[in-house]
Design a protein around this ligand. Structure first.
Ligand SMILES: Nc1ncnc2c1ncn2[C@@H]1O[C@H](COP(=O)(O)OP(=O)(O)OP(=O)(O)O)[C@@H](O)[C@H]1O
Length: 293
């Protein structure tokens, strides 16, 4: 099945009044900016097995793109390749118009990896974890006032400022996710990449995360979200890229929730084996939880 290509067209959920940090100036509609991510013909192998097979992913300044697909379809590997954590065996990657080999502006990218359930053995405080998000911005030495202010702003954005001195291990999973997002925001990135930000997060924390993301999108931040389903984030998404078995099987408007998947609280788990376009069709259906946004 050929991907339904949709690069750069006006998004179905265009956000009126979005200022956008696009180099072509404020007011440029999402999806019409310069490519922030340009991944073409990407192939990658993990454990000797092909995991990405000719993946194309173009994300333009100001866009909010969901990467969807069943378990094992290659979503995490795709975004890990984008941030240089997985080497490509073929294909080309440019970030902000610069080939990966020459790209140095890592402070422009905030990456929130998939959260593991394992508690950190390192007794870091919330503030220490978030301050690590400034590392790409500031060189060695004590945090300057500007860095500290950015850390405070990020903590405030996710509603964790009062918990700044607490140990991360004392937090719930959802609160830890908020801290990881604050770490990414502390670097004041132009591009925010989040891998399954809602996974394992309770409803109250999902509300905070959704509100945080809404604020980022309103500021014109370019956002890539790996999601199992659009769920409560559906109103924010401009475009969906669906993977199945390491290939893009859809690149276009986000799907409408249908059938049982539209029921609130529907918990979607996909089989690992036999990822096909049909599996991808199932994966793109989203459960909406009313009132989150
Ligand atoms: N480090 C690794 N070594 C070997 N195989 C891996 C590794 N990481 C991932 N894989 C395999 O690569 C394939 C794609 O994995 P990936 O995590 O990208 O999928 P995904 O779509 O993000 O899945 P999920 O929704 O379960 O997170 C899977 O078959 C997975 O088992």
């Amino acid at each position: 099945m050929q991907p339904d290509q949709h690069h750069g067209a006006t998004p179905p959920h265009g956000k009126p009044g979005t200022p956008g940090p696009a180099p072509e100036g404020p007011g440029a509609p999402a999806g019409t900016g310069v490519p922030v991510i340009s991944l073409t013909g990407a192939r990658a192998q993990l454990g000797g097995k092909p995991v990405l097979r000719d993946v194309d992913l173009t994300v333009r300044s100001g866009e909010v793109v969901a990467v969807l697909g069943a378990n094992g379809s290659g979503k995490s590997t795709t975004v890990r390749a984008v941030v240089g954590l997985v080497p490509l065996s073929a294909g080309r990657l440019e970030l902000f118009g610069t080939p990966l080999a020459r790209f140095r502006a890592w402070h422009r990218i905030g990456y929130v990896p998939q959260r593991t359930t394992a508690h950190s053995a390192v007794p870091s405080s919330v503030r220490e974890v978030v301050a690590a998000g400034r590392l790409a911005r500031h060189r060695l030495g004590p945090l300057r006032r500007r860095d500290r202010a950015a850390v405070d702003r990020a903590l405030e954005t996710v509603g964790m400022l009062e918990r700044a001195r607490d140990g991360v291990a004392t937090l719930s999973g959802g609160q830890q996710q908020r801290v990881l997002i604050a770490r990414a925001l502390a670097g004041e990135p132009d591009l925010l990449i989040m891998d399954e930000p809602m996974a394992g997060v309770d409803l109250a924390n999902q509300r905070v995360l959704a509100e945080t993301l809404r604020g980022q999108v309103a500021q014109g931040r370019t956002v890539v979200l790996v999601l199992h389903e659009l769920g409560p984030l559906a109103p924010l998404i401009d475009r969906a890229v669906v993977l199945a078995d390491g290939r893009v099987v859809h690149d276009g408007p986000p799907p409408e929730p249908v059938g049982e998947h539209a029921l609130p609280g529907h918990d979607h788990v996909h089989p690992h084996a036999g990822a096909t376009a049909d599996a991808a069709d199932r994966a793109v259906t989203g459960a909406t939880t009313p009132g989150l946004l």
